[in-house]
Design a protein around this ligand. Structure first.
Ligand code: HEC
Length: 285
């Protein structure tokens, strides 16, 4: 019985300490694994107990009566007394005593013939009750004394930070999923700065350092050969106009970079650079 108690309390303490821990997603997986191990241990423990009980019953049945009689634990009154009435599972669960023992349970007070039975609280309930006290104690130590676990506020801050990192990664990834249909017009300073750098690096040779036009057309006026909308610019830059000398940039620039340089070109409208190339294409407003 003592080893059983020890085993049960160990399971309880392990269970409690694993619950009072603050989980992130990976730690949650570890927690589940730990839970599975604990569950297995408990099952093994129950199986051991059942086996032990079975062995005991078999020994009682198989060993000759004389051996039992001389065994020191078994008193003579045990053999002489009639066997105790069998309890149902329900009675066992609720620690109920059989009806035949009721007279021993009656408490001393009596009111108009109404009496009270002194039934003990079931053991499992007491375990549950003491368990909550142990849990509260471990919880208090963990969160408020040693501050090992994170409280809600801290947990919130940590999770928001993680979400922020995940969001940045997602946006960086999705920025590259843009195409001529989904590209958005923006005046974001960072986008324009990146676009300007890309333009200086790749486009000035043909379009001029102020996009005034050399071989390629002036990109600051109102006249366009292939459309002036952000989607049109994206398309022209992406696929180029190979037979007219504007190469396709699909291979050299990422979709994100193409949208940056396209937005940069949009921002150059009406900048009126010196020596502009004569207008080409249709006037668009
Ligand atoms: C080798 C020279 C050359 C380079 C380098 C070049 N372009 Fe062009 N680009 C041209 C020519 C030529 C045209 C005109 C095509 C036509 O006549 O249809 C043009 C047209 C364009 C147009 C369409 C203009 C309109 O009127 O519709 C855009 C937008 C454009 N280029 C952007 C760029 C960008 C952005 C870069 C750098 C990433 C770039 N180009 C690099 C030669 C070039």
């Amino acid at each position: 019985m003592n080893t059983r108690k020890l085993f049960l309390s160990m399971v309880m303490i392990f269970g409690v300490s694993s619950f009072s821990y603050a989980y992130t997603t990976t730690e949650l997986m570890n927690g589940i694994a730990l839970g599975a191990i604990l569950f297995t241990l408990v099952v093994i423990g129950i199986v051991c107990l059942v086996l032990l009980k079975t062995f005991k019953m078999m020994a009682d049945m198989l060993l000759p009566k004389e051996v039992i009689a001389v065994a020191p634990i078994v008193s003579s009154e045990f053999i002489l007394e009639p066997s105790k009435p069998k309890l149902t599972l329900w009675e066992k669960l609720l620690s109920l005593r059989p009806m035949s023992e009721e007279k021993d349970l009656i408490m001393e007070h009596e009111y108009d013939g109404i009496v009270e039975l002194d039934n003990p609280t079931p053991a499992w309930f007491m375990w549950l009750f003491y368990g909550t006290i142990i849990f509260a104690f471990v919880y208090l130590l963990n969160y408020h004394v040693f501050k090992l676990g994170k409280l809600q506020d801290e947990e919130y801050v940590v999770e928001m930070k993680q979400a922020d990192v995940a969001k940045k990664a997602f946006l960086a990834k999705s920025a590259n999923r843009v195409d001529e249909n989904s590209v958005k017009l923006t005046t974001d300073a960072e986008v324009l700065k990146a676009g300007s750098a890309l333009f200086i690096q790749n486009c000035v040779a043909c379009h001029g350092d102020h996009a005034q036009g050399i071989v390629g057309p002036n990109l600051t006026d109102e006249y366009w050969l292939h459309g002036s909308k952000i989607g049109d610019l994206f398309k022209t830059i992406k696929y180029g106009v190979p037979d007219k000398g504007m190469i396709s940039w699909e291979k050299q620039l990422s979709p994100k970079q193409i949208s940056e340089v396209a937005n940069y070109i949009k921002s150059l409208k009406d900048t009126h650079p010196a020596n502009p190339k004569a207008p080409q294409g249709d006037k668009e407003t």
